[in-house]
Write a protein that binds this ligand. Structure first.
Ligand code: GDP
Ligand code: MG
Length: 292
């Protein structure tokens, strides 16, 4: 009998939700950066073993929205809760729960969702520091479990998967057994480039960038040709994105191309155009056309 569970991954920005998803799936299906609000939409990552399939939904970090894009990101978390069987609340291993954790627990309780608290980044802290955090979390909510993991090293992740598999209800698998994600290769190409801008650029500039794959084609010789449009909010940002002598764009493009080649196992030829769309983050039409 097949068993399937939809597992929502939630938590404040930067706690390692997307890193955990990638570790579980074993591939880069969600982009990761040291900056908050890297993830903008809901991404499914699939883990299948024998009869059991776990479908993980990575969501944008739960934060106070300051733009229409931010509103959509926060709504994504609440909407994804409707379709989940269980939620993982990812948290900082050394900090007591705050308003985002409290709010998320209330939403999950209202949706009747069991919640596992996952203390992530345990590789970065002494074990003794976990105990007060675990105590504080057990006072916050009646969690199904409280589990320490390191998404980066994979420590504790197998234990977490075993707990989830044991709770998976009977039901047909949602994805093919060899599927990794619901993200198309085209979307991943655009996301890989956006990831590099988050890593190469500072302050507001990367948060005002959207990347759209205009063309994604396999040539007869097997080379993948990708054409990407980069949209930024201001003419002054365009110069920063390109950089002196085009160096920033060149470095970001080269790293994104390398990651895409690793994912696809093929050579990639990438063309990138930078364009200005004033205040697109507050424009419903542009948000929809960029896929948000
Ligand atoms: P998200 O915003 O919750 O999706 O967080 P990300 O997955 O984008 O990660 C945010 C930052 O935390 C990145 O710099 C990650 O490399 C880092 N990070 C994630 N998981 C771990 C972990 O287990 N240990 C350590 N030391 N860093 C981590
Ligand atoms: Mg993320």
């Amino acid at each position: 009998m097949e068993k399937t569970a939809v597992v929502l991954i939630a938590g404040r920005p930067n706690v390692g939700k997307s890193t955990l998803l990638n570790t579980i799936v074993g591939s880069r299906v969600a982009i990761v950066s040291p900056k908050p609000q890297t993830t903008r939409s809901r991404i499914a990552g699939v883990w299948t073993k024998g009869e059991t399939q776990l479908v993980f939904l990575d969501t944008p970090g739960y934060h106070k929205a300051k733009s229409k894009l931010g509103d959509r990101m926060v709504r994504t978390v609440t909407e994804s809760a409707q379709s989940a069987d269980i939620a993982l609340l990812l948290c900082d291993p050394e900090k007591a729960p705050g308003v985002p954790e409290k709010t998320l627990c209330e939403r999950f309780a209202a949706a009747g969702l069991p919640v596992i608290a996952v203390l992530n980044k345990t590789d970065a802290v002494p074990k003794a520091n976990l105990l007060p955090t675990i105590a504080a979390y057990s006072r916050l909510h009646d969690f199904a479990e409280i589990v320490p993991v390191s998404a980066r090293t994979g420590d504790g992740v197998d234990e977490l998967l075993a707990l989830l598999a044991a709770r998976a209800p009977e039901g047909e698998h949602i994805f093919a057994d060899d599927a990794m994600t619901d993200q198309s290769q085209r979307t991943l190409a655009a996301e890989y480039l956006r990831e590099q801008f988050l890593r190469h650029l500072d302050r507001e500039v990367p948060h005002g960038i959207a990347v759209v794959a205009e063309r994604f084609e396999e040539r007869p010789d097997g080379v993948i040709e990708v054409e990407l449009n980069v949209f930024c909010e201001k003419a002054s940002h365009k110069g920063i994105i390109i950089g002196a002598h085009g160096e920033t764009l060149k470095a970001a493009g080269a790293a994104a191309r390398k990651n895409l080649e690793d994912l696809l196992g093929a050579k990639v030829y990438m063309q990138i155009w930078v364009k200005v769309k004033e205040d697109w983050r507050n424009n419903d039409y542009l948000l929809a056309s960029f896929g948000y």
